[in-house]
Design a protein around this ligand. Structure first.
Ligand code: ATP
Ligand code: MG
Length: 387
């Protein structure tokens, strides 16, 4: 049997205005995700992508392909000649392969893309269904809730399959604009990036560190998280900005209780400036209402005032345990809980203001050389390409 993996895409891929662009991005991201596992060949035929590879790699390939948004199913198909005897034999072989000794119900679901094929889809369903019943005394037909389905696609060849795995759904990357993710080393921000990417937003990231107050390993941890996230977002860029001088200046010139909110406003202003230069349309954070003292609606309003761009907070109404669940699912959790300090925890006040007032915060900012500090931070930033 000639085995292939078949990838089916969601509707927006097939009907959307930019379908070729989406298709190309998705295909590139699939290639990127499976380059380490390896495959022999890839081609597309009427809206599905087919991948040739060793049968024993199918499971790991499926797991990686699943990370690409906009995919509805990944199926293990057998390609064969489209004559009735071969189709019958292949269907029987496939049932033997997966389902042979059980008392199960099934149906046949065929689709005829090649209209010159002599049987219509219902005729093919009936014919092959009958053949299967003759070959397996223990099977019964149930067209409403079958235990398994034999799918038959008639294209340039016949493609027959039983096993299919659901994709993540979501919208194709590039269909919803460009976002800049504020990526810390924590649990929340990678999940926030994942969720916006799932809605089709292209994601790049910005990370703030405070070397030498924070370690190189803390920085590396954020880059590792970016690498994990990139299985979903495709290749991305991380702007790495040193906030050490800014923290020093805040702690010298402002009330300690305001450190968190003042530093957040620096982050937003710097992220906005970088977005303006590189064309990102929104900032994304992992904030969740009430999760920590600084994540109050008052804080968020004062933070919003510092940004020229909308701030998207996809986790705003989520419980921590649900965020952790997604983090485990996308594979970022184990990395995120590694215990390296980030700048916020080192400079964090014991009791931060929880209901900051804009006018007092702005008053404190008058003691800071904001423009100079920001220009220095941006000029010394490093750009890391996650390929
Ligand atoms: P996370 O788990 O994402 O670190 P958190 O629960 O620690 O979030 P905060 O420290 O209050 O929450 O940070 C809130 C959000 O601000 C983060 O989700 C992230 O988007 C952004 N942020 C905080 N620190 C940094 C940083 N060092 N670099 C980039 N973004 C940051
Ligand atoms: Mg954090």
């Amino acid at each position: 049997m000639q085995w292939l993996l078949a990838v089916s895409f969601g509707e927006i891929f097939l009907k959307g205005r930019n379908r070729n662009v989406f298709y190309k991005t998705a295909t590139n991201n699939i290639k990127r995700n499976i380059r380490d596992i390896g495959y022999d060949d890839m081609y597309s035929e009427s809206s599905k992508l087919y991948i040739k590879a060793d049968r024993d790699k199918f499971e790991s390939l499926t797991r990686e392909i699943q990370k690409v948004f906009g995919i509805v199913y990944i199926s293990e198909v057998v390609r064969c000649d489209k004559d009735m005897e071969t189709i019958r034999q292949t269907s029987v072989d496939l049932i033997n392969y997966y389902e042979n000794d059980k008392n199960l119900t099934f149906k046949v679901d065929s689709k005829r893309t090649d209209k010159s094929f002599p049987l219509t889809s219902p005729e093919l369903n009936a014919k092959i269904g009958g053949n299967i019943l003759e070959s397996f005394g223990n099977l019964k037909v149930d067209i409403h809730k079958p235990d398994f389905t034999v799918f038959i696609d008639i294209k340039s060849s016949a493609y027959i399959y039983i096993k299919r795995t659901k994709g993540l759904g979501g919208l194709p990357l590039g269909s919803s604009g460009e976002g800049l993710l504020l990526l810390s080393g924590g649990i929340d921000s990678p999940v926030a990036g994942f969720m916006m990417a799932k809605r089709g937003m292209n994601i790049n990231a910005i990370h703030f560190h405070s070397y030498p107050f924070t370690s190189k390993r803390a920085h590396q941890k954020a880059m590792d998280l970016a690498q994990i996230l990139s299985a979903y977002t495709g290749k991305m860029r991380v702007y790495s900005v040193n906030l050490a001088e800014i923290y020093k200046s805040i702690s010298k010139n402002c009330p300690r209780r305001e450190t968190t909110i003042l530093s957040r406003r620096f982050m937003m202003r710097i992220a906005s400036k970088i977005s303006e230069k590189y064309g990102y349309q929104a900032l994304i954070t992992g904030e969740s209402l009430g999760q920590v003292a600084s994540q109050t609606v008052e804080s968020m309003s004062v933070i919003n005032e510092s940004s020229m761009l909308p701030i998207l907070r996809p986790l705003i109404a989520m419980d921590k345990k649900d965020i952790i669940e997604i983090s485990e699912k996308i594979g970022s959790y184990d990395k995120a809980i590694e215990p390296y300090d980030d700048c916020c925890s080192i400079f964090a006040p014991d009791s931060p203001v929880t209901k900051p007032k804009l006018k007092y915060i702005e008053k404190s900012e008058e003691n800071l050389a904001i423009e100079t500090l920001e220009t220095q931070a941006i000029e010394s930033m490093k750009i890391i390409e996650i390929a």
